[in-house]
Write a protein that binds this ligand. Sequence first.
Ligand code: GRF
Length: 229
Amino acid sequence: MKKRVVILISGRGSNMGALIEAAGDPACPFVIVGVISNKADAKGLAAASSLGLETKAITRDDYPSKTALDEALDAELTRMRADIVCLAGYMRLLTPALTQKWAGRIINIHPSLLPLFRGLDTHNKALEAGMRIHGCSVHFVTEGMDEGPIVAQAAVPVMPDDNADTLEARVLRAEHRLYPLAVTLVALGKARMEGSRVVLSGVGAEGVLLSPGAASDEVDIESLARMTP
Ligand code: GRF
């Protein structure tokens, strides 16, 4: 039985697009059953709708408190019968009540090699720190921002002439490969949250770290193929 995934977005939704594309493969162990945005005008919401997906805007303006908003979100996730909730550029912090209720079933993608560079502006932070590698992480969501246990990571090189835009573009390409891989691991039960750690089973190192080839910034996606059930 395929796992039912609901994606939460706030903006353009390119990671959402990567997950939708991956779910189009008959061998994929998950199906996208809905997209929810906290911004009614999010580009990604219109894109998901045009693809025939169920969409819903649940915005702060419509609720008296963050708690009330997250109760509405919880009700919608339950109605959509979500097995896994994927945050994909969802730009607000969930309340502890929601993260606790959905613990082990909510994941997020963050554009840095966590625990480095939590929060915003990660590409500038990596450049300022003089990093030679940078990347992205998929982690289970807990109360703290970008703090939950890590499922999988992808690394990219930082080139001498990089600026925040060129680095962001390289990391984003890696994100689009990493997120489907990580959701696949969670959907198959190969990556599970146990306390503050992720327990992996039946996964080699190549399944949780995508690294750049020696001469290019392309990530190795052979591991993706090996993940299919
Ligand atoms: C991505 O960089 C993601 O890692 C971060 O927000 C950005 C969302 O981009 N959490 P998109 O909406 O998926 O294009």
